[in-house]
Design a protein around this ligand. Structure first.
Ligand code: SAH
Ligand code: SF4
Length: 386
């Protein structure tokens, strides 16, 4: 039998249960693996004998390998190319922010240097958004919860990760149970990330959104809306037919209503890719403003990253983006940021993450999330919660 990842929490827990071993040893094992990347099971001190033989026969410290890590020239972005045990590749991107450069209420932000990790949840994606390189690949496979966590484990060896965003390859809510399981581990020892520092970005899988706030309270939700009306949404995102805008907005309203019951009023982030002549005109800004004005949202306008020959779209010019932002802010009082791409020299920006393997040519494209720096000094969506 192939060995599983020791970070596949449910598999480890059920094997421990069958063997009658106390599950409290599991975080101790994870901690050791985090601190000792290439450890052998026998090197972990003070475990019951039965644990060693169980680990040896069923689990590996890592089923994926870090194939390469590429830094951008300005050192803000590092792209990790990770090989999964099925031979496929995914990418994860580390984005470093110096919070002191940004301003919050006119003062330098607290916190200093911190890193956000953008991770993948699937190889490929079945949603087929026609502006997205991953969409053009179709769906290849789901990552296990262990493979999702291993991206964090690999990245932790390079940077201290404070935020995680599911904005790499794949639709996280189409791999719901593995993503939820991975987040549960991320928010427990030894990782102990706050759920408020974890963001799931979704195309809008309505039934899963409704389940999510019950399964993991306080998580950040980012919705890739990209159009203010159903017709344009369907044109650029075929999945919109299955998830009609009106029903999606109702699900978001319920999601937000639940938030208001808890003391922690987290916003929903709306991602809006700016496609020249498609969804970036003044009338679209007004339609979007009307659609969102009764919600507690932050809109993130994303300049489209051309994806080579696949691309039928053009990036909106800066002036159009600025007018769009002014309308949303000025007329509808909606907090609106503009994402500026960085890390392009390593193909680390949205929709441009392209893996080049020596001798293999282009292997993987994924959307991911490039580093961002907005017009009003909000460097990424997590900054809004500090
Ligand atoms: N499937 C999820 C998460 C992965 S995509 C989702 O769609 O939300 C992460 C983000 O990258 C999404 O907002 C997506 O719309 C955006 N994206 C995809 N292709 C892009 C491109 N070519 N240029 C800019 N952003 C892109
Ligand atoms: Fe899938 Fe997201 Fe790309 Fe759409 S934008 S094809 S949902 S990865």
């Amino acid at each position: 039998m192939a060995h599983k990842s020791v970070f596949d929490a449910s598999a480890v827990k059920s094997e421990f249960e069958v063997a009658g071993i106390n599950p409290n040893f599991i975080p101790i094992i994870w901690k050791h693996v985090l601190q000792n990347p290439n450890c052998m099971w026998d090197e972990i001190p003070s475990l019951p004998v039965a644990v060693y033989s169980l680990l040896r026969s069923k689990f590996k410290p890592s089923t994926s390998t870090l194939h390469s890590a590429l830094d951008s020239i300005d050192q803000t972005t590092t792209k990790l190319l990770i090989k999964l045990k099925n031979g496929e590749f995914v990418e994860a991107v580390i984005m470093r922010y110096d919070t002191r450069l940004g301003k919050y209420n006119g003062k330098p932000r607290p916190g200093g240097l911190r890193s956000t990790l953008c991770i993948s949840s699937q190889v490929g994606c079945k949603m087929g958004c026609n502006f997205c390189a991953t969409g053009s690949m179709g769906f290849k496979s789901n990552l296990s919860s262990g493979e999702i966590l291993e991206q964090l484990v690999h990245a932790t060896r390079i940077a201290s990760i404070r935020n995680v965003v599911f904005m790499g390859m794949g639709e996280p809510l189409n791999n719901y149970s593995a993503v939820v399981e991975a987040i549960r581990v991320m928010t427990a020892p030894p990782f102990q990330l706050s759920p408020k520092k974890i963001t799931i970005s979704t195309v809008g899988v309505i039934h899963a959104i409704s389940k999510l706030h019950r399964d993991i309270p306080n998580l950040n939700l980012a919705v890739s809306l990209h159009a203010p009306v159903q017709e344009i949404r369907c044109q650029i995102m075929p999945a919109a037919r299955a998830f009609p805008l009106e029903r999606l907005m109702n699900a978001l309203r319920d999601y937000q209503a639940c938030r208001f019951i808890s003391p922690c009023q987290q916003k929903i982030f709306i991602e809006y890719i700016m496609l020249d002549g498609v969804n970036d005109e003044e009338q679209h800004a007004h339609q979007l403003g009307k659609l969102l004005e009764t919600f507690e949202v932050v809109v993130n306008l994303i300049p489209f990253n051309p994806i080579g020959s696949l691309s039928r779209y053009k990036t909106s010019d800066d002036q159009k983006v600025a007018i769009f932002q002014i309308i949303l802010r000025g007329t509808y009082n909606i907090r609106t940021t503009v994402r500026k791409q960085m890390g392009q020299d390593i193909s680390g920006a949205c929709g441009q993450l392209v893996v080049n393997l020596p001798g293999k040519g282009l292997v993987v494209n994924l959307p991911g999330k490039g580093s961002s720096r907005s017009a009003d000094h909000i460097t990424d969506i997590e900054d809004l919660r500090i």
